[in-house]
Design a protein around this ligand. Structure first.
Ligand code: SF4
Length: 488
């Protein structure tokens, strides 16, 4: 990994990519005229929201190159697999899916299969794919994304497999890539890339490089355009958004709370979410900005990871449980109805039974609205992978079940407390399980079902819904109008 400073990809470098885009577009246009069929591109995404945002850029670039984006790999001429390295399971699935595409290549030898993302930003994975997956046509690491048109063009023109790691490119920021968003209501906006924290279990700093912040004016302009296009929810993305701005030069320096306040001051009817916040950097200033700005969604994702100070220290998290609970206390003092969610790792190396019980105690104290739980999975190249005291799978599984049981009982109580309250719901569409019901989400992300009215389609709109019933994973309600709305 490189230690060098943020490099902004110049407009000349982006122009080179546009030239490659145009060359491929012309080829595809010619081909479509001969065959009467447009070439198609299928993008498969693994992992986090940052990967989803990257896939929207891959799809945007492919569209500009003349590909039609398809939901089916069966009829694709170009397949892109955007991989994740955070857990072993995600890597295994990506490799297994890649293996399943072999028969498509046998049926259609001109099919191009490309792999990108965090998994292939590791040298060992790159070598494995090169030698064991000969039908993979090209590969590139996370910060080579903007060079996708060039890599694809070389692959087609030279009739040769192309393998590019991030060497020399980790630490860059490219602006102006085309984007084809998956939703016309909700948009991801990356504010920064990479991470400097080196939590001992995490591969991210090794595959996504060091923290680098986008220019504030580029972020504000992207948000302004999205709001003008009618987007109702903007989620600001970064591995640790609270570090935003630390690497910016003095003349443009801005911290994350100020950035959030500026976005909230843009005109329009929208809400701003963000993720993820490292508890060591979650400041009172940020909480105050959220409390003071109606457009800041009242949802805070604050990863706890463990309830034991010793385990947190072994994870290199640099906060204590007391620090963490104090942030929560202040947050709820300022925003009593805020939705709080968290991540928890079960079975970190050396975690004792008593330390796991400390996690249960912390979860009971925190009263989360949702938790994302992970069995610890060793990642080659991280310090925790070689720690002594790895916890047997059976113990991890049983601890996980106890944690889930506790959280379900907390959630049942918290959801029951929503009955009788009215929420502002962004309607996603018909419920998958019941066509007579809409499914939508509160500002804090709680799933709400309410009956469809035949006279108007509410998809993509805001509805006021009074909650009448609560289950563990969703709330049910009825639409109301002209009423006070409760936050959350
Ligand atoms: S803060 Fe820790 S867990 Fe999050 S991306 Fe950085 S190293 Fe990984």
């Amino acid at each position: 990994m490189s230690d060098k400073k943020t490099q902004y990809i110049t407009s000349e470098q982006m122009l080179v990519q546009r030239e490659y885009t145009e060359k491929i577009r012309l080829r595809n246009e010619l081909d479509a005229r001969e065959t009467g069929k447009k070439k198609r591109c299928y993008v498969r995404t693994f992992g986090c929201q940052q990967n989803e945002a990257d896939s929207e850029r891959l799809a945007g670039m492919a569209s500009e190159m003349g590909y039609e984006i398809t939901d089916s790999e069966q009829d694709a001429d170009l397949i892109l697999i955007n991989t994740c390295a955070v857990r072993e399971h995600a890597e295994e699935r990506a490799l297994s899916i890649t293996g399943q595409f072999k028969h498509l290549k046998e049926k259609n030898p001109s099919l191009l299969i490309g792999i990108c993302g965090c998994m292939v930003s590791q040298e060992t994975r790159k070598e494995r794919i090169k030698h064991s997956y000969p039908y993979v046509s090209f590969l590139f690491g996370t910060s080579m994304l903007y060079r996708f048109p060039e890599i694809l063009y070389r692959c087609i023109q030279e009739q040769k497999r192309q393998f590019y790691l991030d060497a020399g490119d980790v630490g860059n920021i490219a602006e102006g890539m085309p984007v084809r968003r998956a939703s016309d209501r909700q948009a991801w906006v990356s504010v920064m890339y990479g991470c400097n924290n080196f939590c001992t279990y995490c591969i991210v700093p090794y595959v996504r490089g060091r923290e680098r912040s986008r220019h504030p004016s580029c972020i504000l302009e992207e948000c302004r355009q999205l709001i003008e296009q009618g987007y109702r929810e903007i989620t600001l993305l970064g591995q640790n958004v609270n570090s935003y701005g630390k690497d910016l030069s003095d003349d443009i320096r801005m911290d994350f709370p100020d950035l959030l306040a500026q976005i909230c001051s843009l005109p329009g009817d929208f809400k701003v979410h963000f993720m993820t916040s490292h508890p060591k950097d979650a400041s009172k200033k940020l909480i105050n900005v959220m409390a003071e700005n109606e457009k800041a969604a009242k949802h805070f994702h604050l990863p706890l990871q463990s309830g034991s100070d010793r385990v947190l220290s072994a994870m290199n998290r640099r906060y204590t449980i007391a620090d963490y609970l104090e942030i929560l206390r202040y947050m709820r003092e300022k925003m009593p109805d805020i939705t709080v969610t968290s991540d928890i790792i079960v079975g970190f190396p050396t975690e004792t039974e008593a330390e796991f019980e400390d996690t249960l105690t912390a979860v009971a104290a925190a009263q989360y609205d949702q938790i994302f739980t992970f069995l610890y999975s060793p990642r080659t190249g991280t310090p925790a992978a070689v720690m002594e005291g790895q916890i047997p799978e059976k113990i991890k599984q049983s601890r996980m079940q106890r944690l889930l049981d506790l959280q379900n009982s907390i959630l049942a109580d918290r959801n029951r407390a929503c009955i009788g309250r009215t929420y502002r719901i962004l309607v996603e569409g018909r419920s998958r399980g019941d066509d007579a019901m809409y499914a939508g989400r509160t500002e804090g992300g709680k799933l709400v079902h309410f009956p469809v009215s035949e006279d108007e389609d509410l998809t993509g709109r805001i509805a006021l819904v009074r909650i009448t019933d609560a289950a563990i994973y969703h709330l049910s309600g009825e639409r109301v109008s002209d009423t006070d709305v409760d936050e959350g």
